[in-house]
Design a protein around this ligand. Structure first.
Ligand code: NAG
Length: 197
């Protein structure tokens, strides 16, 4: 297998040389070739769009997506520290809680508060807002779970009052590059979030 690959490559190289006009100054042609490669390596990233993206573009970080992520990381206008407990709310509620949850985009997973039922336990508590990301039920990490599993954690909780902890930010802020580390989240879950008042 290896041998035949080498043979193929050699053949290609040879035929590449044979098409050079007159074969007069191979060294110049070669230099030209390498200049071309160099130019490709230093080409401005703006010329590459995602449809033309090749593996080397990705490897060099030239892709449009990578650029956007870089910009996001460098100037995150909406940065919110997901490893700061003060950006979370914990509340103990009896069921039914009166929270209408909605699933995040599939790339994130997890659920967030879509709205609160009028007169329901959650609304009465005055602690939750639509948009809050459900992270912990009791001490169980439910971040990233799909709708049924995340909600199932609340439904299955045996306590009369179930403590839930939510991140007061967007799905992107929690599940994107600025999300909490596994270690931080694990410890935060063990503590059951923040103090609920
Ligand atoms: C929390 O659960 C999600 C989904 O199962 C998982 O991806 C994540 O690693 C978990 N985090 C911790 C700290 O256990």
């Amino acid at each position: 297998m290896k041998t035949s690959t080498i043979v193929l490559l050699t053949t290609a190289t040879v035929s590449g040389f044979s098409v050079q006009p007159n074969n007069v100054r191979p060294s110049t042609s070669l230099n030209g070739l390498f200049d071309g490669v160099k130019d490709a390596f230093s080409a401005p990233p703006s010329e590459i769009d995602s449809e033309r993206e090749t593996p080397i573009d990705r490897w060099m970080g030239w892709s449009v997506v990578a650029q956007e992520q870089e910009v996001d990381a460098a100037t995150p206008s909406d940065f919110l520290d997901s490893m700061d407990a003060s950006n979370y709310v914990s509340v103990e509620l009896t069921k039914p809680m009166g929270i209408i949850f909605e699933e995040n985009d599939a790339e994130f997973g997890g659920i967030f508060v879509q709205s609160l039922k009028e007169g329901g336990a959650a609304e009465e508590s005055g602690k939750l807002k639509s948009g809050d990301q459900l992270v912990i039920v009791g001490t169980k990490n439910v971040s990233g779970l799909d709708f049924d599993d995340a909600l199932g954690a609340i439904i299955d909780a045996p306590e009369e009052k179930v403590k839930i902890t939510l991140f007061r930010g967007t799905g992107k802020q929690f599940y994107g590059p600025t999300g909490p580390s596994k270690e931080w989240l694990a410890e935060f879950c063990t503590k059951g979030g923040v103090e609920s008042s």
